[in-house]
Design a protein around this ligand. Structure first.
Ligand code: IMP
Ligand code: MG
Length: 180
């Protein structure tokens, strides 16, 4: 059921996000120093704001592409089925690839995407996640570049949604339902 009776409590300000995005870009530039081309793969739709800001801070030459994966929660088990809904346009074989994700939660989405992409033979395949919720992890996976570690809270803003709402908030906030 989609609810609209909630408030959003700021967790990470727009200013704090901008500062962290800049420092992440420096870490990524240092890691991929000397590469001829870094293919930056945004996972749709949640990473669209983050990838736009991050890409503009990077000095490494980049190619931008997008991939959309869909995860279906199974109410009876903790296993998840992930499908690729929109595949890459770029060829990644032999290239450096950075997957950009909004949040790593259970890790199922990322694990599936990395399995699919690594089968194509990229030179290096790394992940940059804006947010990490390590307490929710069900799959042993960790992004090399992480913006912020957050507690087990449902968040929205800066590209991240609740039922497709609130992606356009400039900051990241926690959803607080009125009867919680
Ligand atoms: P995972 O497969 O459980 O790691 O799922 C990660 C995906 O779930 C993220 O890319 C988000 O799209 C979504 N997600 C996880 N936590 C949140 C949240 O707090 N707010 C909104 N979407 C979330
Ligand atoms: Mg997502």
């Amino acid at each position: 059921m989609v609810r609209t009776d909630y408030d959003i409590v700021e967790l990470i300000s727009a200013k704090a996000i901008a500062a962290r995005v800049e420092s992440l870009a420096r870490e990524i530039d240092a890691y991929f120093a000397g590469t001829d081309k870094l293919i930056v793969v945004g996972l749709l739709r949640g990473s669209f704001v983050f990838i736009a800001d991050l890409a503009r801070e990077l000095e490494t030459p980049v190619e931008i592409d997008f991939l959309e994966a869909s995860s279906y929660g199974d109410s009876t088990t903790s296993s998840r089925e992930v499908r690729i809904l929109k595949d890459l346009t770029s060829e990644i074989a032999g290239h450096d690839v950075l997957v950009v994700e909004d949040i790593v939660d259970t890790g199922h989405t990322l694990a599936h995407v990395l399995k699919v992409l690594s089968a194509r033979g990229p030179r290096r395949l790394e992940v940059c996640a804006l947010l990490d919720k390590p307490s929710r992890r069900e799959v042993d996976i960790k992004a090399r570049f992480i913006g912020f570690e957050i507690p087990d809270e449902f968040v929205v803003g800066y590209g991240i949604d609740y039922a497709q709402r609130n992606r356009n908030l400039p900051y990241i906030g926690c959803v607080r339902f009125h009867d919680d």
